[in-house]
Design a protein around this ligand. Structure first.
Ligand SMILES: [Fe+2]
Length: 253
């Protein structure tokens, strides 16, 4: 009877933070309004139900994630994202309520983003890529990301800078090498992770049906800045070693 379950807490409906019984007792005016408009009621129930698992994940993982996050070493971040991977894998739907109405950066086909919740350790970014959308390669300074596919399909490719890279904040000229470290067909239930120390650059190419999912994003003390990269991701300069020649281009694209 999944379609009639109601989120126990933190649903996306304003005022719905208690159990179903409490809601019915505490908000008669609201319920009367819904009863006067059955379609509005069912839309609200769908929205509440679809974030149930996500809200559970965010609240139940709070303490453990905060504890694991304290170790920001390469091994510590790997242990942290392994924990997230196990904890987030069962989420099979996320409400669209918080998705932006306009495409991020004006990308066409569109890239729609929204925050779906947060706790002490991380925040959750919901992404919805239109069919054929391309989210260009970008880095995640002092950040780890656990990406879970919800619907549709996209090719998710990860890269790392070879040797040293120029400063992403200021250098728009120096070319440097990036190496492709992983290529994943992101589909419902599939997960891919990056940390501050590995696989830190990624790009998405949505398939014919688009691609929707969540990024569980954890900040390890960065300032929120990042940069896109420009490189010909179809033509490596070294095919055998999957190396590409890249440069930073900032965020104004
Ligand atoms: Fe990203």
């Amino acid at each position: 009877m999944k379609c009639f379950r109601i989120a126990p807490a933190k649903s996306t409906i304003p005022g719905y933070r208690e159990s179903r019984r409490h809601v019915l007792l505490a908000t008669p005016t609201l319920i009367a309004g819904f009863l006067a408009s059955p379609s509005r009621l069912f839309a609200a129930l769908d929205g509440a139900q679809s974030n149930e698992l996500l809200d559970e994940f965010i609240s139940s993982s709070n303490q453990m994630a905060a504890a694991l996050k304290a170790d920001d070493s390469p091994d510590g971040q790997d242990a942290y994202v392994r924990y997230l991977t196990e904890s987030v894998a069962h989420i099979d739907e996320v409400s669209r309520d918080n998705l932006s109405k306009t495409s991020w950066k004006g990308f066409d086909p569109g890239v729609f983003l929204g925050e779906s919740g947060r706790n002490q350790a991380f925040f959750v970014v919901h992404f919805d890529l239109e069919p054929g959308a391309f989210l260009p390669p970008h880095c995640h300074p002092k950040t780890s990301v656990c990406t879970l596919g919800i619907e549709g399909s996209s090719v998710l490719r990860h890269f790392e800078a070879e040797n040293s890279a120029p400063d992403y904040k200021v250098d728009r000229d120096t070319e440097f090498l990036v190496r492709e470290t992983r290529r994943v067909q992101l589909e419902a239930g599939r997960i891919s992770t990056l940390t501050e120390y590995r696989d830190n650059i990624h790009l998405f190419e949505a398939g014919r049906k688009g691609s929707r999912g969540i990024d569980v994003t954890t900040d390890y003390g960065g300032d929120g800045s990042f940069s896109f990269l420009q490189f010909d991701h179809e033509n490596p300069v070294d095919e055998e070693k999957k190396r590409y020649s890249a440069k930073w281009i900032g965020t104004d694209i």
